[in-house]
Each structure stands twice: as C-alpha cells, then as structure tokens.
Design a protein around this ligand. Structure first.
Ligand code: SF4
Length: 211
C-alpha cells in the first residue's frame, strides 16, 4: 500500500521497518473483544503486556474507542489474524477478523471518512479478496474496514478498477525491489511529505518531459 501512495517514498524507505504505533496497538487489541464485553481494564492489561512501554495517558484514547465501539452491534470473530496468500500473484496478507457468516474485516486506527473508505483501504480489501478467492475457490465480492476510533464499519465491494490497481501496484513494487528508481507520480501526496526538497527537482523534470 505504501507503493501505491507514492512509489518514490517507498523507494526512499524500503529498507526501513515500519514501527507499529500506540494507537494501532490499542485499536488492534480492542478488536479482539468486539462482540463481547469491552472491559477497559482487561483490554488495557493486554495492551500493556503487548507493548510494555506504552504511555499510560493513551488509556484515554482506549476509553474513546470503547465508547465509540459500544454504539455498534458486533458479531464475535470466528477467527482472527488469518494469513492469506495468492501464489498466482505472489501476494500475502493478514485478515484481522472473519465472522461466522464468512465476512472479513481489516482494522484501522484512523477515523472514518464521512462516507466510503480511503483509497488505500479499498486496495487492501481488493488484495485480500484476491488471496481469499484463490484459497477458497469462490468469488469474494468485498470486505469490511473497521475504523475503531469512530466505531464504524464500512463495507467495500471490490470493483474491477481495484483489482487492476492491485496488479499495477504489484508490478511497481517488483520493479522497485529489482532496483528500478521510480518516477514521482503526478498526483503524489507531496504536500504532507518530508521528502519535498529531495523530490522538487525530479517533479519539475517529469512535467517538462510531459508538456
Ligand atoms: S515529495 Fe512527493 S513524490 Fe516525493 S516522496 Fe514525497 S510524496 Fe513522493
């Protein structure tokens, strides 16, 4: 997904490991309890076991998430942290929760948009659906994104354009890993990126090549 957001940024950071945030650790641990009593003390005990150095002030964030999630009815998970693989596409990933009715969910630590899902989440759902389809042999129409801080679930029906984007992103990923230096995309999210100076020259070059 980092390749999709900006392949250049991915190229700069490809040897760095992505650290899990406190917020994600809280949302992820809470998600194991969805469909059962959301007991703040129990969940915090688990979080501080998983992440011993967590700032105790983050308990307030947990409380906010619990309040938000208590406004929604949840089906308990049948399975959690299910690894899925597509040999055909050389792709693997993790589904956070699957319920008895076969629905699958990914957990996000961000708030929800007023409607719909973020582009990166649609891509995640499409990639996981591809893997699940290969493993089960049946078509997977879509999946759910849980925005824990808002207690909101959004279903995304996978579209052909999502599948095309997964395939294009995989091509880009492989070419970067093979040593190709990617071009900055025209719609890269540069305004909130720390590499603006580093990239400034190459974006200008790209435009002049196009015009
Ligand atoms: S400044 Fe723009 S093109 Fe460069 S890495 Fe950041 S998002 Fe990508």
């Amino acid at each position: 997904m980092r390749v999709h957001a900006c392949p250049v940024r991915f190229y700069y950071e490809k040897s760095e490991t992505v650290a899990e945030s406190d917020r994600y650790a809280i949302c992820k641990q809470l998600s194991y309890h969805l469909g059962n009593l959301l007991d703040s003390e129990d969940i915090w005990n688990e979080i501080s076991t998983v992440r011993p150095a967590i700032d105790p002030g983050q308990k307030d964030f947990l409380a906010l998430c619990i309040t938000a999630c208590n406004k929604h009815e949840w089906i308990p998970a049948k399975e959690t942290d299910v690894r899925v693989v597509s040999k055909k596409h050389g792709l693997s990933g993790m589904i956070d929760r699957i319920t008895d009715d076969g629905a699958f969910f990914i957990i996000r630590a961000s708030g929800a948009m007023p409607m719909g899902t973020y582009a990166a989440d649609r891509l995640r759902i499409a990639a996981l659906a591809l893997c699940l389809e290969e493993m089960t042999g049946s078509e997977v129409a879509g999946g759910n994104v849980v925005y824990i801080p808002d207690g909101v679930v959004r279903y995304h029906e996978v579209q052909p354009r999502d599948r095309r984007q997964v395939i294009a992103t995989l091509h880009k990923y492989r070419s970067i890993m093979d040593g190709t230096v990617p071009e900055p995309p025209l719609n890269a999210p540069c305004n909130r990126c720390k590499y603006q100076e580093k990239c400034a020259g190459s974006v200008g070059r790209r435009l002049s090549e196009l015009l």
